[in-house]
Write a protein that binds this ligand. Structure first.
Ligand code: SF4
Length: 429
């Protein structure tokens, strides 16, 4: 039996893709191995969002190439493969196959290939007829039962927006929403206690099918009728309607992941995005009035071309005033093919580093303060593993955790009292 070793980089959407590839490889008779040196097939599901992520992908590929056994094959898939294709294959002779989304991970006739019918695009060569014809629809592939009490469910692929700094639409394509039936079938397959709905632009779910906001709300309601917890990630602020806020609060997981990116009106416009700090503060206040237990996450880009000291001061004031629970700050990354790549007024990297440090210091204080306020309070938690759990305030993998008694069973819920806090993490018993 051929064995595969799969490494996943990047975002939760990539994790979902990997789980689907696992389902496909298992169905094709492959067996997983944690040891890359004993694998017949090495697969890297890459990220290409920004420079740092691309470097991590390249380093991972080269690392696996070093541990590749004689006769084994190294396959690169995911965003780096989709974005750079043949160029990547030419640059990395160590790689045996660069497979874009939906392309087989093993060439027909290869000793590894159990399925003679497979179509594949091998190194550097694409079918003469333009973009590759996917061998399978990655977005709707079946998934194995979740191995964790929670699972991401990707409800759409691609994005129809054109944020100035973002290259994702150029390689993930325009938004393609799945059918509600396919999503609910996957939710049932996963048998998880918590479902985390993800997409590049989640709140726009269904818009490409011409139904818009009327789609995401009933979807959230339908999923939350099936599972104990439904959480949403990647909400574009202009789509945070009253209907969606109500639907999120009704799931029992009032968690709002708002990708704001900046707050200064001229800079947000220069990013080709909607909104400003005043609007965002009003929306957050609306939600808190509706649900005082609501938790918020956001992320911001620092050093976007043209960012002034005043823009930065506005963001500092916003972070202080908004008091969100969790926040990520990222240095602007100049991405070829994006609108911003040709803009003037690049910000000096040392100034970017200074601004990042200032923002992170404020946010760390806010996050720790909000955690301290929970000491003595009762929280309902989902136990993820023996000893660790999360309440509605913590999304998996990106927020803090709650340390709980080891005897609580993974997958169970418990109501505990918070006994301590340490930075982003809590203790409860
Ligand atoms: S919403 Fe903007 S940042 Fe997000 S994937 Fe789409 S273009 Fe990129």
């Amino acid at each position: 039996m051929s064995r595969y070793h799969l490494v996943t980089l990047g975002c939760p959407k990539n994790e979902v893709d990997s789980e689907k590839l696992v389902g496909r490889l298992d169905a094709q008779g492959f067996a997983p191995t944690d040891d890359p040196e004993s694998a017949d097939l090495l697969v890297v599901n890459t990220c290409a969002f920004i420079g740092e992520a691309r470097q991590e992908s390249i380093d991972t590929i080269l690392g696996l190439a070093d541990s590749k056994a004689e006769g084994a094959r190294l396959v690169v898939t995911g965003c780096l493969a989709e974005r750079y294709g043949a160029e990547l294959a030419d640059a990395l002779p160590e790689v045996d196959l660069v497979a874009g989304f939906g392309e087989e991970l093993h060439a027909p006739g290869s000793p590894l290939s159990p399925a003679p019918t497979a179509t594949a695009v091998s190194i550097g060569r694409k079918p003469p007829t333009g973009p590759s014809v996917p061998a399978f629809d990655l977005l709707n592939l079946p998934r194995p039962r979740s191995s964790r009490p929670w699972a991401y469910v990707k409800v759409a692929e691609g994005c129809d927006r054109a944020c100035g700094f973002c290259a994702i639409p150029s390689f993930r394509g325009p938004q393609r929403s799945r059918t509600v039936e396919a999503i609910l079938a996957e939710v049932d397959q996963l048998e998880a206690q918590e479902i985390v709905l993800v997409a590049q632009d989640l709140a726009s779910f269904g818009r490409d099918q011409g139904v818009g906001e009327r789609s995401i709300v009933p979807l959230v309601q339908a999923v939350s009728e099936r599972v104990r917890r439904t959480r949403l990630l990647y909400l574009y602020p202009s789509d945070l309607t009253d209907g969606l806020i109500d639907a999120i609060c009704s799931t029992g997981v009032p968690y709002f992941d708002l990708s704001l990116q900046h707050v200064s009106p001229p800079l947000v416009r220069r990013m080709r995005r909607w909104g400003n700090g005043e609007k965002f503060l009003r929306r957050i206040a609306d939600i808190r009035a509706r649900e005082p237990e609501a938790a918020f996450r956001s992320n911001f880009i620092v050093g976007y071309p043209g960012e002034t000291e005043d823009d930065h001061d506005q963001l500092l004031r916003f972070v202080e005033e908004a008091q969100v629970d969790w926040c990520g700050f990222f240095a602007y990354s100049q991405e070829e093919g994006t609108y911003a790549a040709d803009l003037d007024a690049m910000v000096d990297p040392s100034l970017v580093a200074e601004r990042l440090a200032e923002l992170r210091e404020i946010q760390d204080r806010i996050t720790a303060g909000k955690r301290d306020q929970l000491i003595g309070r009762e929280v309902e938690v989902l136990v993820d593993t023996p000893g660790t759990a999360r309440s509605h305030r913590e999304a998996p993998e990106i927020d803090g955790i709650i340390t709980v008694p080891e005897d609580l069973v993974a997958g169970s819920f418990a109501t505990l009292t918070v006994t301590g806090a340490l930075g982003p993490d809590l203790e409860a018993a």
